[in-house]
Design a protein. Structure first.
Ligand SMILES: CNc1ncnc2c1ncn2[C@@H]1O[C@H](COP(=O)(O)OP(=O)(O)OP(=O)(O)O)[C@@H](O)[C@H]1O
Length: 169
């Protein structure tokens, strides 16, 4: 099983500014060509928070503080009945620097009403809108049809909203 993270930096929402989220257009690997948040797989001896900080730095050159990351979701992606990936999702309203393009990702600030769900993983439209409104969610998403996951068919899901997420991460 893969353990992975996603980190969604947020800005705006003051004095009438639209609230925006930093998305990336993924340029290679799983989900290539689709929008997502910065994130990726945990490396050895790394905590999920450390992973989210490292991936956000590597992919878009934004500095986020591990202590400022707010836990937003725990997502389990099941492929053909077996857990493929467990993903820790964080949001943060504090960060330093300007997002910069990298070989892995092209960053883009997007108003939360304009998130391009038609260009994202199919499950994102089910959980990301609530997360961007500040809710927490635990979700399980089932895919079928063999690897790679981004070519499998999305067949079902189960969501629990406003749950306390595990304190460990
Ligand atoms: C199935 N529905 C899904 N919905 C939303 N997000 C999903 C996802 N499935 C995987 N993800 C995320 O996608 C990233 C993969 O990225 P990542 O591990 O970097 O993959 P990639 O193949 O590029 O790996 P390397 O660059 O070789 O490490 C990682 O954040 C992971 O949480």
């Amino acid at each position: 099983m893969i353990e992975a993270t996603l980190c969604f930096p947020l800005r705006g929402d003051v004095e009438g500014d639209a609230k925006e989220v930093l998305l990336i257009e993924k340029r290679r690997g799983l989900g290539q060509g689709w929008y997502n948040g910065p994130g990726g797989k945990l490396e050895a001896d790394e905590t999920p928070r450390e992973c989210a900080v490292r991936e956000t730095r590597e992919e878009v050159d934004l500095a986020v503080d591990p202590d400022d990351l707010e836990r937003a979701a725990e997502l389990t992606f099941v492929l053909d009945g077996e857990t493929h990936t467990f993903c820790h999702v964080y949001v943060t309203e504090t960060f330093e620097g300007q997002p910069r393009e990298s070989p892995e990702a092209r960053p883009e600030w997007v108003a939360i009403e304009e998130v391009p769900y038609d260009r994202m993983w199919e499950d994102d439209r089910l959980w990301l809108p609530g997360v961007l409104e500040g809710r927490t969610v635990r979700g399980e998403f089932a895919f079928e049809g063999g690897r790679p996951l981004d070519e499998a068919e999305f067949v079902g899901h189960d969501l629990e909203w406003d749950v306390p997420l595990s304190e460990e991460f």
